[in-house]
Design a protein around this ligand. Sequence first.
Ligand SMILES: Cc1ncc(C[n+]2csc(CCOP(=O)(O)OP(=O)(O)O)c2C)c(N)n1
Length: 730
Amino acid sequence: MVYRSLPFLACVASASAFLSGPVAVPGTARFNNAVSAQSGLRLRSAQTGRVGALPVLKMQTATGVDTAALAKAANEARGLAMDSIAAAKSGHLGLPLGCAEIGAVLYSDFLQHNPKDPQWLNRDRFVLSGGHGSMFLYSWLHMSGYDLPMSEVKNFRQHHSATPGHPEFPNSEHNTPGIEATTGPLGQGVVNAAGIAAAQKMEQAMFNTDEHTVFDSVSVALCGDGCLQEGVSAEGAQFAAHEGLDNLIIIYDSNDVTLDKMAEYTQSEDTAARYEAYGWEVVTIDGHDIAAVKETLDKFRAAKNGKPKLLIAKTIIGKGLDEVAGTNAAHGEAGVAYVEENKKRLGLTEPWQVSEDTYKVFEPKQNSETYQKWQETFSAWKSANSDKAALLDKLVNKEVPSAADMFAAIPEISPGKDVATRESGSTIINYISDLVPQFLSGSADLHGSNKNYIKTGGNFGKGFDKTYTGKNFYFGIREHGMGSIMNGISFHGLFRPSGATFLVFVDYMRATIRVAALAELPTTYILTHDSIGVGEDGPTHQPVETVSSLRTFPNLDVMRPADAEETVGAYVHSAQRKDGPTALILTRQAVKEQSQVPKEVRREGTLKGGYILQKEKGDLKLIIMAAGSEVQHAMEAANELGDGVRVVSMPCMDVFNKQSAEYKEEVLPKSCTKRVAMEAGVGAFWYQYVGLEGKVVSVERFGFSAPGNIVMKELGMTADNLVKECKAFM
Ligand SMILES: Cc1ncc(C[n+]2csc(CCOP(=O)(O)OP(=O)(O)O)c2C)c(N)n1
């Protein structure tokens, strides 16, 4: 039996093993019990699932940490989790209790951070991917000196507290310092950490010089079986290894337990072997062994070997609550029934007990020598590199030019020429990249079709023609991974990621868009091939329900521009946003350029979400509204129907709905109840504008394989059909 891999594994297998020579270690097939006998912990009974007494942790000074002090801190963190979860009568005990020793090492020793300067540019980022264990984070943030007072720890999961049920990245609802990512949907957090690691590689490559290292931080995530079972984590793991993200450390809380059952009920893989096959460095240790945790993490940080690192920490879920420890009963709050008795056994006599000694353990990080030295290096670097410093300033302050300046810098894209909006996008994205240097682009293996390549940007990553300053990300055919990596880059804070795929495949990354919208991340999704107009590829590739389904997200601006100039407006809008994501929905097929309308009107109109593209002559009798490729039909139909017909282009309902009542009345006057909307997709959202007397001409079925113009015609998406529908209606 051997621990998996690694050149230095033998010396970190466990602190006790480390001290006392060769040991029998858990096998590769199943490490049935969550702990090793060598660590001094008792095995879990196969019958009852219960564990025996807590271990006596040995003083280990060779590692440079006071293991006794950290063991005490770990038990106090356990106490905070027990008390807060008991008070809230909700929450998850298992992870905060099972990973307490890991938390003690991270926050007292390993993480390069300063709780008094939570935005320190060169801090390590820690992502709690198993967000259900949020009390882990809150306890350690409090104990290590972040501005998270005990009153907030006690207020766990309550309205307006800084300690919501799952960790929330600072946004308009929560501003808890030290939270680096919104987590809870399992699997995404570890990939966010990969995105953060990619951004860290980029900042290192962009700003470090031979004389000064201003960036050298790492990205750490803590996850459980759930995160690694979710497919997205595999996508992220493949990407991280392939692009050489050796600054990424995932700690896998391997406690053999998931929610419903013991993990063996649903998984039998050899995770270590799987990650090694991806190209990761993998080490397995006893996760309660403070010295082993520290030693391994330090070696991981030092090993700049091109490989991301996986620390498999064998732990007992719910350790410290004997009645539930080591079993799936430790999940959730069932264990609160036994809190009082178990706390006493841990030496915790007071509620929410944290000793002065423990607070002191964390103080050195609050203004460490590393931190002070970094400030000196940073000042020297700034003086010696004024151009780089000015750029960094811009990135830190999230500066982008005003919309007016961007419009002034982007010439008319396609005057008098009908092109696909994805094609216009390929020109526009390059202007955006010049104007907004922090703008990045990427595609899930569809750059050629999405046409979102930044021509002078270079490619990101390792090998081939890639470098870490590259602005184009080749995500591989990994949409879910792409979305999570984009979120990670955005959480990191310096860069503005965009990512592309066919619109119909956005469902693969939907869960990540939800997090971006919730966390108010300014990500951009470039989604081409926007309708049944895709044609020959058939219904598998023809989105019908997708645009509407995206419109259901709060705080996602879904923009479906009608021509090149509206596409300029849409791109500029997305590059301007600071509080949420934007989806750009672009066509595969050419659309009519509305050159008869000044470009300024179309651009500005797009920034308003909806606008009058063509005003009626004489009295207003009918309003036709449309978005994207159907706007051209609306224009043609209006011209055929004669005077009195207004055309409203509505590239973004979310933005239009935020306009003033006066503006909305100006565009869609209540007095005109004859309203027809057209869209090549499910029409649900248009009813808010057409009203009870209105009509929506839409596609309420899947398409079929045929040339795009045939599919459009057969399903009624033509000017002729629109004229017919309007006449029948008028
Ligand atoms: C995508 C997703 N699916 C389901 C859940 C609900 N859930 C929360 S925790 C959990 C079990 C996770 O097991 P594991 O990662 O092993 O955590 P541990 O049991 O160690 O706390 C589940 C299914 C979720 N949060 N996210």
